[in-house]
Design a protein around this ligand. Structure first.
Ligand code: ASP
Length: 371
């Protein structure tokens, strides 16, 4: 009997740690590999009148190569376990440094021949955001937007104050000349010339028209037709959205705004909820297009709200806002968006949109045209 008892005791002793270990196992496993290890990454390089044949084969190749490079830089960061913030920043930095896009180097010119840059970044987990506007010397505005989010108690900083903060944060500042590109300068001169000619012929008062499909008054005073018609004048903003290994969503956008914009004009990009928004409960959105319309509609937040309150799938929510509301109001442009499951959406009502994403099998896809 004694023998049996001591055998049982030994057995219980040996078993206990094993069963305790077994009970803990799922927890450990969960910590090491998150339930949603799916990664998602998308970028855009602006929307506008980009039709097949508009770009020379060399230019198209250059756009595609830079988009792919930026996409892969961001995606690799995610694969290496970096946060969505790091991935979005890495991709946007590459696009800001390229003269092909209207952000950082290659920014468009204001009516008085300056470059004024805007950017924003948002973290879906905390709803923290950082935005900057009217910068003239910050090489990579997205870096300053992130610093505003992480290192200041504020969400938005503008102009000289924002640049003072950049100095304090050791963020790279450059001479205004850095942003000059001949192509953007020539585009501004063309608009100025066309505007002068028009004024001589017919001094036009500000028009207020009724959109055919909307009861909302559309104020068509914002930009000269010559700006809107030329794909190179308009758009070229860059943006990125990410779903990282922790299931966090991030959105970031950076721009030079619109050619011939007036001094001090701020577009939708740094307005949280207009051109940039991220919420882990719904989606991350980065927009590009005619900023005034995106501000008036609160485009990015509206897409998120449709998902939150109407349980709408991401593509449907995006199309509702871009192809119906924006379209009816008379604006144009597009968005990229990703939700917490890694579902991605692209929606635009312009002729084309520079965009790239990692598809379901992990491959990079770069697209420019509508179809
Ligand atoms: N949305 C930007 C702005 O209005 C322009 C663009 O997307 O290219 O400032």
């Amino acid at each position: 009997m004694k023998k049996i008892l001591s055998f049982l005791l030994i057995a219980v002793f040996i078993q206990l740690p094993i069963s305790a270990q077994k009970a803990r196992l799922p927890e450990i496993k969960q910590l090491q590999s998150p339930q949603n290890p799916k990664l998602g990454f998308m970028i855009h390089g602006g929307a506008g009148v980009i039709r097949r044949g508009d770009l020379s084969p060399e230019k198209e190749k250059a756009y595609r190569a830079k988009l792919e490079e930026a996409l892969l830089a961001g995606y690799k960061a995610l694969q290496n376990g970096k946060s969505g913030l790091d991935a979005v920043q890495a991709a946007i930095n590459l696009l800001e440094d390229s003269p092909l896009f209207n952000a950082g180097k290659g920014a468009v010119f204001t009516a008085d021949g300056k470059n004024e840059l805007d950017a924003a970044i948002m973290e879906g987990k905390t709803l923290k955001a950082g935005a900057v506007a009217g910068l003239r010397h910050v090489k990579n505005p997205i870096n300053l937007a992130r610093a505003v989010m992480e290192k200041s108690p504020h969400v938005m900083m503008i102009g000289n104050g924002a640049e003072q903060f950049a100095k304090e944060q050791n963020i790279e500042l450059v001479d205004e000349k850095y942003f000059f590109t001949q192509e953007r300068w020539d585009a501004l001169q063309k608009v100025i010339k066309q505007e002068k000619e028009k004024q001589i012929q017919t001094p036009k008062p500000e028009k207020s028209i009724q959109s055919p499909k909307s009861k909302v008054q559309v104020l068509k005073t914002e930009m000269p037709q010559s700006v809107l018609e030329n794909p190179y004048n308009k758009f070229g903003t860059v943006g990125a959205v990410a779903l990282d290994k922790d299931g966090n969503l991030t959105a970031g956008t950076s721009t030079g705004g619109m050619t011939y914009k007036k001094y001090g004009r701020v577009g939708d990009v740094p307005i949280i909820g207009a051109g940039t928004y991220a919420n882990n409960e719904t989606c991350a959105v980065s927009a590009t297009g005619w900023g005034e319309f995106f501000i008036r509609l609160g485009v990015a937040r509206d897409i998120s709200a449709l998902m939150e309150y109407n349980a709408m799938p991401i593509q449907q929510a995006a199309d509702r806002v871009i192809k119906q509301k924006l379209q009816n109001l008379g604006g144009d442009g597009g968005i990229i968006a990703i939700d917490k499951y890694g579902n991605m959406a692209v929606s635009f009502n312009s002729e084309g949109m520079y965009r790239a994403y990692i598809d379901g099998s992990g491959k990079p896809v770069v697209e420019i045209y509508k179809d």
